[in-house]
Design a protein around this ligand. Structure first.
Ligand SMILES: Cc1cc2nc3c(=O)[nH]c(=O)nc-3n(C[C@H](O)[C@H](O)[C@H](O)COP(=O)(O)OP(=O)(O)OC[C@H]3O[C@@H](n4cnc5c(N)ncnc54)[C@H](O)[C@@H]3O)c2cc1C
Length: 399
């Protein structure tokens, strides 16, 4: 087995890391504070981020998740994973490099399932980061882990959909140009053919942003929104893929999407690890540096082992998608989804502990990363759902 990284990918990783260290890290604390202060008015990227996006496009590090013909970098899932581990070190980097969720996932499904007209109107402006979008699936009144019970209803009337329902946790809804909605269209069809995905321009009458949901006391950036759909009408031609394809499209989105998340979380874990190691050498107490204490050394060794295990597992799942397809990699994807999220949270927790009071402050990125990171164990399927998928598969071998 050859673990060598292709020199071209290694060179891109170095280029991206240099970009992060010089153009993103020095500003991210201020950007975050600014976004929080002007929320909910911050509906578009500030001019500094816009300028960096232009630079990233110029350097050829733009929309790494998309194929070359879609204006992306034309990478395999494994190659993109290796880059995403570096980009993931900063919350702002995916925005700067044109691969921010949920736009990235929306762009992928629009490219995969969209008609030429849908691509022209929705995909290309998104790919160029001229507009933003949101993905409206989860609802407040029913379980998101078991989405077969979602209630938002689309009824066909002539050549229009009439849509009613309520969604929440619609990330980045504020200022978005359109959303992709998961709606119940065929209640009598088989369990996994009842839902369709429908593209809805944000300005459509009846689409109402109800409130931003404060997450752990914070509402920053473009936020997570509760959204009502009240007698919303859009043409049936806004259906993405075929009627009833809702779950199939969600699977297309979530497979590689979870790998992207995991690599980004590894980037967060690695950054927390780097901060923990460097601070432990600087800080002296009880006659020696923190780095000389056995407990801190244990944390460093455990974190190093966990990060490496998580990295290899994630790259293996990416390799499986590239070589055998997303369906074959389904269990591996569930395995890494809960495992890597836990590794990130454990490493960040230790890094915060090593920093003492400083770790709880916003003077380092650790508290922010931990706060953001906690949701990783819930979105895109909570830990328990992924553990259930893995355990069922394992138990089949013991029938
Ligand atoms: C920050 C953030 C951003 C999000 N962004 C979006 C977005 O952009 N668009 C969107 O549509 N949604 C989004 N979500 C919603 C997210 O996908 C859902 O919260 C998630 O799917 C879980 O659904 P739920 O909240 O309804 O929890 P429920 O399904 O009600 O589950 C509650 C809890 O039950 C437990 N559980 C579930 N299944 C089992 C089981 N089999 N056995 C034992 N316990 C179990 C889990 O611990 C779970 O956390 C976001 C959520 C967060 C926190």
């Amino acid at each position: 087995m050859d673990f060598t990284i292709d020199p071209a990918i290694e060179a891109l990783r170095a280029k991206i890391l240099d970009f992060l260290e010089n153009k993103i890290y020095p500003h991210e604390n201020r950007w975050f504070r600014e976004e929080e202060e002007i929320f909910p008015a911050c509906v578009e990227d500030g001019h500094e981020i816009r300028a960096l996006q232009a630079e990233a496009k110029e350097l050829g590090i733009w929309a790494g998740h998309l194929p070359a013909e879609a204006g992306g970098m034309g990478l395999t899932v494994t190659e993109y994973g290796l880059l995403n581990e570096i980009m993931g070190r900063s919350y702002f980097a995916p925005r700067v490099f044109g691969s921010n969720a949920p736009d990235s996932g929306n762009a992928e499904i629009l490219w995969h399932y969209g008609t030429d007209a849908q691509k022209e109107r929705f995909f290309w402006p998104l790919q160029r980061a001229e507009v933003r979008s949101f993905f409206a699936m989860t609802e407040p009144d029913v379980s998101g882990s078991d989405p077969t019970g979602l209630q938002t209803r689309a009824i066909q009337q002539g050549d229009e959909w009439l849509i009613n329902g309520r969604k929440w946790y619609s990330t980045n809804a504020n200022g978005a140009a359109f959303c992709i909605l998961m709606a119940l269209t065929d209640p009598d069809a088989g369990r996994h053919r009842r839902f369709s995905q429908i593209i809805i321009p944000a300005a459509t009458p009846g689409l109402k942003l109800i409130r931003p949901i404060p997450v752990m006391g914070h509402t920053a950036g473009t936020g997570h929104w509760e959204v009502a759909f009240e007698n919303v009408r859009v043409p049936v031609s806004n259906t993405l893929g075929q009627r009833g394809d809702g779950f199939a499209i969600a699977q297309t989105r979530l497979g590689p999407g979870r790998i992207h998340h995991c690599m980004r979380w590894l980037g967060q874990a690695q950054r927390g690890f780097d901060l923990m190691c460097s601070y432990s050498k600087q800080r002296h107490l009880f006659g020696s540096a923190l780095a000389d204490k056995q407990t801190v050394q244990n944390w460093i060794a455990e974190s190093a082992a966990e990060i490496q295990a998580a990295r290899l597992m994630t790259l293996h799942a990416a390799w499986k998608i590239d070589n055998l397809g997303a369906k074959e990699a389904r269990v591996d994807i569930s395995l890494i989804k809960f495992f890597v999220a836990k590794v990130m949270m454990d490493v960040l927790d230790r890094a915060i502990q090593v920093h003492g009071g400083l770790g709880m402050s916003d003077d380092t990125p650790l508290a922010f990363m931990w706060r953001q990171g906690r949701a990783s164990r819930i979105y895109d399927g909570p830990d328990e759902v992924h553990k259930m998928v893995v355990a069922r598969q394992v138990l089949k071998q013991y029938a």
